[in-house]
Structures are given as C-alpha cells and as structure tokens.
Design a protein around this ligand. Structure first.
Ligand SMILES: Cc1cc2nc3c(=O)[nH]c(=O)nc-3n(C[C@H](O)[C@H](O)[C@H](O)COP(=O)(O)OP(=O)(O)OC[C@H]3O[C@@H](n4cnc5c(N)ncnc54)[C@H](O)[C@@H]3O)c2cc1C
Length: 411
C-alpha cells in the first residue's frame, strides 16, 4: 500500500485502537486515518480504573493514551461518542447511523464488555460492573468507609475492586464459586497466596459458594448464597469476566469463535480487515494455537502490530501473553500461557506470606516453563521472559541459591 492511499478506519477507541493509529503514522502512512470510538472520552487505559484512579489517587489525564492535540497533530480524525452500526465487507464501508465511511483497510478493536449476571440486573438492587471510566466514577462514589460491598467473582477485577474498597475503609465480601480466587488462572499453589493476602487485609472470602439470588432491600441488597447464608450489601459489584464485542464482525460474516478469528498477522477472514486487542482470537505462531488475551500489554502490542500492517507492513505477532496486577502492596507481573493442557509442576521461589514479600513462581510441563510470574521482585521479569518456553533443570529452578539470571543465561 503506498503512503497516500486509504482511508484506514479503526473501529474502537480503546487502547488497541489508539496504538494502531499511532503505529500506522509511525510506519509512514500518509493517507487519511479515522478512529471511531463509542465512548465520549479520549482513548484511555483501563488498568487504573480498578486501582489508582478508583482510589482517587490519580487523575483521568494520567490514563489517556494521547492528549487531544496528538490526534490533530497526527491528522487522525478521532470521532468520539460515535458507534459503528454495521460493516459491509463487499463495499468496504462501515456505517455510522445513516452515514457511510469507506475504508481501504479496517481494524476492528472493539474490545470486550462485562459478562452480565441476569439475576442481578433484574433484581432492582444496586449493582455495578466495571469497564469504563464512568463505571469507575460511579463505583468510587460508593466506596465509603463502612459501606458494605459484596463482590461477585474472585478474578482480577473482583480482587482489585476488593483491594480498592478496603483502601476506602469499606467492608468487603468476595463470593467465588471455586475453592480459591484466581484458581483457574494461577492454580491452587499460587491462588492461595492471593487468598491469604486478601484475608490478611480483612476481606471476607466466601469460597466454593455462589450467589443464588439477590433482591432489593431498602436502598441496598440482600444477597443469598448457595451455602444458605445471606449478606446485606449497599452495593453488589459483579466481576465475572468479559465477552468479546464481536457483533459487527459476526453480522458482517467474518469468522468468529470466542473472538474475531485472525491469523498471526492479525488479519481476519477478509484480507482487508484486521482485529486486535481483547476482541481478537489470534493464531500464536510460538504457542501453535489461537489465543485471545484480555490484557493491557496485548492491547498495546497487538494494536501496534495491527497499525503497522494496516500501513502495509507484514508484522507477525508472536509476543508471549503478559499481564500485571496491583493489590494492596503486592505488584505482580505474569508472562506466558499455561493453556488447556495444564501444567504438571509449580516451582515457587521465595517465602510468600500474606504481605508484600517478593517471590517468583513458574508453571512447567515436562520440564518446560509454560509461564512465570514475579511478585514485588521487579528485577526478575527479564529472566522470567527468557525462561518461558524453555526447558530447565527443575532442581536448579527450585534452588533459590541459583540466581534466576544464571538459569536464564543457561537456558
Ligand atoms: C477495570 C479494569 C482493570 C484492568 N486492569 C488490568 C491490569 O491490571 N493488567 C492488565 O494487563 N490488564 C488490565 N485490564 C485489561 C485491559 O484494560 C484490556 O485488555 C484493554 O483495555 C483492552 O483494550 P482494547 O482496546 O482491546 O479494548 P477496550 O479497552 O475494550 O476498547 C474498545 C473500545 O471500542 C469501543 N467500541 C466497541 N464497539 C464499537 C463500535 N461498534 N463503534 C465504536 N466503538 C466501539 C468500546 O466502547 C471501547 O471504548 C483491565 C481492564 C479493566 C476493565
């Protein structure tokens, strides 16, 4: 594609979309670029919405990907508060109400939306979800000292909200149907460290039980659990995962299978349409499977790769999944992908207590490192990255007198 063809149209003004237009310009694309986003805000990063922003410790401006002037300076036609309603692959057009917008190449970066809990939505009780900055604003207003907050779902969002609510002095109960929070992502060996952390901070963890019913009770809610108990709450926060926003793609006839199916170049089943970020189910050339990653780093890096490909390059996306979380004084980073086959060994290095002690953990299968994480041990990340995907000598990995950097060099 020559530098003055186009237009390039990006649907979805989130992190992946904003990084894509940035990368297309950085790659020298000189034609028209349009970024269409349904939210009224400048494209922004969501991680602070359950952390510093939610706790009132950082302003919204810190979360925006670019300030307003950047879009003008880079001649990106940013259309905020505008929803693309249809995609016509044959005509190379997207529809915005009655208007049609022609594209040469298109990126779908429509992200994901919270999975809804019908029984909560129809209850008339005060219920919150957390995805947008507006959600975060509403939630923050409810996180007052002594407020009774019931969090449904012990995943990342649920636990981060629990930490922020405790920070505000609220009384917090987390309801999780599995035996431990984060059990599916981390396995019992490491999930129990997070359970201990939250308990030590005064969170009431109700595990191996589900919310069976919820009803309005005065201005609050009465939450009935499967173990027969009832919780009174001022607010019920539902954090039970997200679903990829594939509506445009599937209605247009693109291949969709738990996300928009893309190849390693992030190209969909139509050659002029790409997808990136939370919505993309992308073929990973190193993992030899399709993965859909719902994390910040993936939005940044896939968005960037897609932007370059929109501009005419041919970048294969082979970055290992990565995510981070911050809860109380614990900050962690995780690299890798355990996958459906699972792991057969876990090595935890260090003595994690409920506090902020540094430790690292590795998930292995047949001596190969599938994934690794560090908690409060920021210097370990490079070594973890180097070890993921490699076979290691497990006794050496277990031996904390052998530095990780040495293992990484020798791997
Ligand atoms: C509260 C919270 C905390 C998080 N914390 C972390 C963390 O600590 N670490 C981590 O790694 N990840 C975290 N994440 C995940 C991370 O934020 C997401 O992976 C990332 O936002 C995905 O970016 P995206 O651009 O793909 O999608 P999104 O951010 O969902 O953006 C998609 C945008 O597209 C818009 N859109 C959808 N359909 C249309 C349409 N038809 N027309 C126009 N616009 C449309 C949507 O309104 C939305 O603004 C967090 C997410 C949340 C919600």
């Amino acid at each position: 594609m020559s530098a003055d063809t186009g237009p390039l149209v990006v649907v979805g003004g989130g992190l992946a979309g904003a990084k894509a237009v940035e990368a297309a310009r950085a790659a020298g694309f000189g034609g028209e670029v349009v970024l269409v986003g349904a939210e009224p805000h400048l494209p922004y990063e969501r991680p602070p919405l359950s952390k510093d922003y939610l706790m009132g410790k950082a302003p919204f401006e810190d979360a925006v990907v670019h300030d307003e002037g950047w879009y003008a300076a880079h001649q990106v036609d940013l259309r905020r508060g505008v929803t693309v309603t249809a995609l016509d692959l044959e005509r190379h057009e997207v529809r915005i109400g009655a208007e049609s917008l022609r594209y040469e190449r298109l990126l779908l970066a429509t992200g994901a939306v919270p999975r809804r809990l019908a029984m909560a939505d129809s209850s008339g009780a005060p219920v919150a979800y957390l995805r947008s900055v507006d959600d975060s604003d509403r939630l923050r207003a409810a996180l007052r000292p002594e407020a009774r907050i019931v969090v449904v779902g012990g995943g990342w969002i649920g636990l981060e909200v629990a930490a922020a609510a405790r920070n505000a002095g609220a009384q917090v109960t987390v309801v999780e149907p599995l035996e431990l929070p984060l059990l599916r992502v981390l396995g019992p060996e490491v999930a129990r460290i997070f359970a201990a952390l939250h308990r030590s901070q005064g969170v009431d963890l109700r595990l191996a039980t589900s919310m069976e019913g919820v009803a309005a009770a005065g201005a609050g809610a009465a939450v009935r659990l499967g173990d027969g108990s009832t919780l009174e709450a001022d607010l019920v926060v539902v954090g039970i995962g997200v679903v990829p926003d594939t509506a445009l793609a599937s209605e247009a006839g693109l291949e969709v299978d738990n996300g928009i199916v893309v190849d390693e170049h992030l190209r969909t089943s139509h050659p002029d349409v790409f997808a990136a970020g939370d919505v993309a189910s992308a073929w990973h050339p190193l993992l030899r499977q399709r993965v859909r990653v719902e994390h910040w780093d993936n939005a940044v890096e896939q968005g960037t790769a897609a932007g370059r490909n929109l501009a005419g390059e041919s970048v294969a996306y082979d970055r290992m999944p990565y995510f981070f979380t911050d809860q109380y004084d614990l900050g962690m980073e995780y690299v890798g992908h355990v996958g459906a086959q699972g792991y057969d060994a876990v090595v935890v290095r260090g003595e994690p207590s409920a506090g902020s002690d540094p430790f690292t953990a590795f998930w292995l299968r047949e001596g190969r490192v599938l994934a690794g994480m560090q908690a409060n041990d920021w210097d370990a990340t490079d070594a973890i990255r180097a070890l993921v995907g490699r076979s290691v000598d497990v006794p050496s990995l277990q031996d904390t007198s052998v530095p990780l950097s040495e293992l990484a060099d020798g791997a």
